[in-house]
Design a protein around this ligand. Structure first.
Ligand code: G3H
Length: 496
C-alpha cells in the first residue's frame, strides 16, 4: 500500500522516514512501527521507530533554527504560513486520502479537515501580526513611595522549542493548530504525530517542506512511546508542550516540569434538554454531535440529560435521525465508519454490555463487524452505569431522563471531564443561568459542542485539560513577556 498516492520522497523502501533539518531521513534503528487500516484490520503503512539520539538531533536542529527565526520579521513569518496554507489546500486530496485509510475518516470529513487546517493557518498568520506587533508601555507607580521615575517596555517573545503532539482523530488539523501559532510567535516545533494518522501528518510536514520554511524550524519524529515518549516530553531542550489526546496527557503534565503546557484531554460533554426546547433542533444537534466521525471527537455529545416530560418525544426524533445514518466504509463516505482500533471497539462494547446488564434500554440492536459499530442510542441510563461517566469515543450515546434541571447540572458537574456542554431551551435567561452553573470550559446554547470557530477560546476544566487553545489564545500562550525598564535618576529634570 505504501507508495500509492503518497509523496515518494518520504519513503525509504516501504518505511516512512522522519524529518530533520529540512531532510527526509531514514532512522538508524532499522526498525519500524506498523499502522493498521482500521477498516480492513490489515497492515497499511510503516513509520520509522526513531531512537533517542534522533530525538536529540531533532531538538538540536529546532534550537538552532529558532534562534534565527525569532529575528525574522512578522510579515515574513506570515508569508511563509500563507504559502503553507495554499500548498496544503492544493494537496488536499493526497492528505485526505491518507486520513481515509489511516484513521477511517470519511472522505468528505477528511477533505474538510485539510481545508479547515489551511484556513486556520491563514487566520493565524493574520492574527499573529496583530497580536505580536503590539507591546505595552507602562509608567511607574511606586509601591510604596512617591517617585515616578521608571518606564516599562513590555513585549512578547517566543518560548523556544514547542513540542506538538496531536491525536489520531485530527492528526493534521490539531497538528497545525499547534504549529501555526508556535511559528508565527517565533518558536520552532518538534512534531510527534500519533502513530495512527502519522502518514497524513507527515504529508502535511512535506507541505511545510515545500513552503520553504528554514531548515530545522519544524522537525518531525515518529516512533514507539516506550522508546521515545517520556524521553521527548521530558527533554531539557523542550520549552513548551501542546498535547491533544487522552489520559497520557495527565502523565505528561506530571513529568513535564517548569514549562508552559497546553493539554486538551477527554470530554464527557453533557447535553441538557429542557421542557421548552425545540426538540427537532435538539435531536438534529444530538445526532450530529453524538455520531459524527462515529463519536470519536472530544467535543462529541457524550451524554444527554433530558427532562422526563419530553424524553419520549426527543428519543423518537433522535431514533428517526439515527435510521438515516449510513454505516460502512470511509471510502464510501458513510456517516458511521469503523472506530480506530480493536481495543477501542472492545472498550465501547464493554460499556454497552455493562449498561444493558444494569437495565438500560438499547433502541437499536447491537451490531459490530470488526471495528465497525452500528449506531446505538442507550436509553434510561442511570448513574451506576459506566457509560454515564466514561467516554465511549464511539457511536453509542447514553440518555439520562432527569426530573429537574438541577439534576442535569449536577450530573454535568460531577463528571471528571469538563470540556464542553450544551443546553437546549427557548428561554434565553434560563439558558444563561444554566450555562453559568454548568462547570465546563464552554457551554453552547441551542447547538452541539464544537471546538470551532477556530479562533474562539477552547479550554477544558478539571481532567479535560489545562491551558486555553483557539488561535488567539494559542499565540499568546506560546510567548512570554519580556520587559525592559528604563530607570531615570528622578521623575523630572532638576532645574537647579
Ligand atoms: O477531538 C477533539 C477536537 O478538538 C474536536 O474538534 O469540535 O472541531 O470536532 P471539533
Amino acid at each position: 500500500m505504501a507508495g500509492q498516492g503518497v509523496f515518494k520522497d518520504l519513503l525509504d523502501g516501504d518505511v516512512f522516514k522522519y524529518y530533520v533539518d529540512g531532510a527526509w531521513t531514514p532512522t538508524t534503528s532499522g526498525k519500524s512501527v506498523g499502522i493498521v487500516n482500521p477498516s480492513t484490520l490489515k497492515p497499511l503503512f510503516k513509520i520509522s521507530a526513531c531512537t533517542q539520539d534522533e530525538v536529540n538531533k531533532c531538538v538540536d536542529s529546532c534550537k538552532a533554527a529558532q534562534k534565527l527565526w525569532a529575528k525574522v520579521p512578522l510579515w515574513k513569518r506570515a508569508e511563509h504560513l500563507h504559502k503553507l496554507a495554499a500548498i496544503m489546500k492544493d494537496q488536499k486530496i493526497t492528505i485526505a486520502d491518507c486520513l481515509v485509510k489511516e484513521v477511517a475518516k470519511c472522505m468528505k470529513d477528511a477533505m474538510v479537515e485539510v481545508v479547515r487546517s489551511g484556513d486556520l493557518i491563514d487566520y493565524t498568520a493574520e492574527e499573529g501580526i496583530r497580536i505580536l506587533s503590539e507591546g505595552k508601555f507602562l509608567t511607574s507607580d511606586p509601591f510604596p513611595g512617591n517617585e515616578r521615575n521608571k518606564y516599562c517596555l513590555a513585549s512578547k517573545i517566543p518560548l523556544g522549542v514547542v513540542l506538538a503532539i496531536p491525536p489520531f482523530n485530527y492528526p493534521v488539523n490539531l497538528a497545525v493548530s499547534k504549529i501555526g501559532p508556535a511559528l508565527i510567535a517565533g518558536n520552532s516545533v518538534l512534531l510527534k504525530p500519533p502513530t495512527q494518522g502519522a502518514v497524513a501528518t507527515l504529508h502535511m510536514v512535506h507541505c511545510i517542506h515545500m513552503a520553504g520554511f528554514p531548515k530545522g524550524l519544524v522537525n518531525a519524529i515518529t516512533g514507539k512511546g516506550s522508546e521515545i515518549g517520556d524521553y521527548t516530553t521530558t527533554h531539557p531542550g523542550i520549552n513548551c508542550i501542546s498535547f491533544t489526546g487522552g489520559d497520557t496527557g495527565i502523565a505528561i503534565s506530571k513529568k513535564a516540569g517548569m514549562i508552559p503546557l497546553q493539554m486538551e484531554l477527554g470530554g464527557k460533554d453533557t447535553c441538557l434538554v429542557l421542557e421548552d426546547a425545540d426538540l427537532e433542533l435538539a435531536a438534529t444537534h444530538v445526532v450530529k454531535g453524538g455520531y459524527s466521525y462515529s463519536g470519536q471527537r472530544c467535543t462529541a455529545v457524550k451524554v444527554v440529560c433530558v427532562m422526563e416530560s419530553v424524553a419520549d418525544e426527543l428519543v423518537k426524533k433522535i431514533n428517526e435521525k439515527i435510521k438515516k445514518l449510513t454505516v460502512g466504509m470511509p471510502e464510501k463516505d458513510c456517516d458511521i465508519t469503523p472506530v480506530i482500533s480493536e481495543t477501542s471497539a472492545n472498550f465501547i462494547q464493554g460499556l454497552v454490555e455493562d449498561a444493558k446488564e444494569k437495565g438500560a434500554k438499547l433502541h437499536q440492536e447491537w451490531k459490530r463487524e470488526g471495528n465497525l459499530i452500528w449506531p446505538v442510542l442507550i436509553d434510561k441510563v442511570l448513574p451506576d452505569m459506566r457509560i454515564a461517566w466514561e467516554e465511549p469515543f464511539g457511536p453509542v450515546l447514553p440518555i439520562m431522563r432527569i426530573k429537574s434541571v438541577e439534576e442535569g447540572i449536577h450530573h454535568c458537574n460531577a463528571n471528571n471531564f469538563a470540556l464542553q456542554g450544551c443546553v437546549f431551551t427557548k428561554n434565553i435567561d434560563k439558558a444563561i443561568m444554566i450555562s453559568d452553573a454548568m462547570e465546563s470550559g464552554t457551554i453552547q446554547i441551542n447547538a452541539a459542542p464544537a471546538r470551532g470557530p477556530d479562533h474562539f477560546p477552547f479550554q477544558g476544566l478539571r481532567d479535560s485539560g489545562i491551558g486555553s487553545q483557539g488561535i488567539i489564545n494559542s499565540i499568546n500562550m506560546m510567548c512570554k513577556t519580556k520587559s525592559i525598564v528604563i530607570n531615570l535618576p528622578g521623575p523630572s529634570y532638576s532645574m537647579g
